[in-house]
Design a protein around this ligand. Sequence first.
Ligand SMILES: [Zn+2]
Ligand SMILES: [Zn+2]
Length: 152
Amino acid sequence: MVNSRCIIAAPIKNTREQKQEQNMITGGCLCGRVKYVYDGDINEIAMCHCSQCRKAQGGPFATNSPITSQKIEFSGQHFIREYQSNDDKVRAFCSHCGSPLYSRLNSNPDIKRLRIGTVESPIQCTKRYHIFTASKADWDTISDDYPQHKER
Ligand SMILES: [Zn+2]
Ligand SMILES: [Zn+2]
């Protein structure tokens, strides 16, 4: 269950072109000025409870999925601001509405960590796990059975 591959739930279509379109994951920020199309799969969702993600998200945790940078295309790119949250890490958000979009490491430009709450396509991803539970908020109770890691 935990390791199964994630499937995109979408209606069945016939032509090859439609099939490609069906496999695209789309999403965007709250105001809609930034949109994206991802030509890949969401294979895992990390629920990160670290204090930085909590602040960046304004919630008990962030929901982050590693994606291939080359496979995502953004529109409204000039609205994207990147905040350097430490020497290596960049957190990107929409400068108009503030939606967090992704993070990335300068040392690993091939991977972005997409903020899954911004995805609009239906996704079913059973590989989920909690990280940095050692720094989770006092008021937050983890009440699911997904694996928990004290740090990474
Ligand atoms: Zn926006
Ligand atoms: Zn985090």
